[in-house]
Design a protein around this ligand. Structure first.
Ligand code: MN
Length: 200
């Protein structure tokens, strides 16, 4: 059984950038829904029993045809939200010095990376995600539609920005760009730094 991660903050702690009701609904309804449906979809597939969720995504061809859509949507939803709720924190946190060096080597500056992430997020049409991923040892900014997991393409996500309306609509209504700007005030770059070095 795959479980949701415990939060290291209370629902109200992200306010005013993300309001308490949005956080609670997102965690208790949406994220729980993906998690339950993912567990349900794989419960009868013995060959997936001992695999990590990441490995199920990396080996999606092993999933029986009639379960594949449910696993892509809900397994992706499970993994994407696992990362999202871990990579935000009240007041934000800075990258480690070691990770900042990597960012400066690959993007010239931290500000350039933020600008690229914002540009990519603002380009997303409809529901989806912007991710910072590791691809062949290099950092890359990508978008994915719906709940498609970067692990489907053998990429390793280390930062996830949820661009579904359920992530911001109560507070921001149609002002998605404002949510995207404010998202960068609550990024736990310390977590992202660790995730990078665990996976590089
Ligand atoms: Mn979401």
């Amino acid at each position: 059984m795959f479980k949701r991660n415990d939060l290291r903050y209370n629902f109200k702690d992200l306010d005013p950038y993300i309001d308490a009701l949005t956080m609670e609904t997102h965690y208790e309804k949406h994220y729980k829904g993906y998690t339950d449906k993912f567990n349900d979809a794989i419960s009868t597939v013995d060959s997936l029993n001992n695999m990590s969720a990441e490995d199920i995504m990396r080996n999606i061809s092993l999933v029986p045809f009639e379960k594949k859509d449910a696993v892509i949507n809900n397994g992706g939803g499970y993994l994407n939200h696992l990362l999202y709720f871990d990579n935000i924190i009240p007041n934000g946190m800075k990258p480690s010095d070691d990770f900042l060096n990597v960012i400066e080597n690959e993007f010239e500056s931290f500000d350039n990376l933020i600008a690229e992430l914002k540009l990519s997020a603002n380009k997303m049409f409809g529901s989806g995600w912007t991710f910072l991923v590791i691809e062949n040892g290099k950092l890359k900014v990508i978008n994915r539609k719906n709940q498609d997991s970067p692990y489907l393409d053998k990429l390793i996500p280390i930062l996830a920005i949820d661009l579904w309306e359920h992530a911001y609509y109560l507070n921001y209504k149609n002002l998605r760009a404002e949510y995207i700007d404010n998202f960068f005030k609550i990024v736990n770059w310390d977590f992202v730094s660790k995730k990078y070095f665990e996976n590089i």
